[in-house]
Design a binder for this molecule. Sequence first.
Ligand code: SAM
Length: 239
Amino acid sequence: MSYTTPQVILLWIVALAIAWVILVRIVRMFVHFPIPSFLAQFLDNPIRRMLQPPATVVDWIDIREGMRVLEIGPGPGTFTIEAARRAGDNGRIFAVDIQPVVITRLDERLKRDEITNVRAEVASAYQLPYRNGFFDRVFMITVLGEIPDKRRALLEIKRVLKDDGLLAVGEFLPDPDYPRRETVFNWCRSARFELVGRYGGLWHYVLTFKKSESQKKQTIIHSGPVKFFSFGSLRETFA
Ligand SMILES: C[S@@+](CC[C@H](N)C(=O)[O-])C[C@H]1O[C@@H](n2cnc3c(N)ncnc32)[C@H](O)[C@@H]1O
């Protein structure tokens, strides 16, 4: 048997990809860090776009003309750009990422593509630089699993979301941090969000949530400074 036939090479690629995902999941049990920024840029590629089409995901999030939308953890901007098209000239997308280099690259891409209704800034999901009840939609795609203190991030999201706004959490199976839908549901329920929609399947999905009735009109105060380990021996503090 030849070790270089296309089938054998394909099997090797699949086996290595699975081994990589298992390795990262094991490492993640002990240490949390955001995806290294040099890898983040490869997240936008034709294969992923085919498997998790941005237009479908943004349809599920239900972004409409004129909305004010927050994306947490935009990475290379795959979903940011689609969301910006939907929100149109009267809408606005705010994209925040904890890694400055991710935001610099996204800004460059937005300029290149002449997209003017997106504001990209460095911030942590733990401490969002926006006032209470500011957004119609908040979404995060393959991000929540990467955040160590999910409840803290979700409570902060709830603060900036309008009472009739929606939170959308999207996940993609090949992501080493992929959580099952039930897990995301439980995280969000513990932060007092109610499920309103579920889309997609095992391969990729979006769950949408609204604030539970009892949580509306409540003001949540910012918690303290945020410490987060990021790749490349950075220890950043967003005070
Ligand atoms: C796996 S990438 C996903 C990028 C993009 N959403 C996508 O699906 O292509 C996760 C992104 O979330 C960002 N991130 C991780 N933790 C964060 C936090 N606490 N606050 C804001 N952004 C965070 C990372 O820097 C990274 O850009």
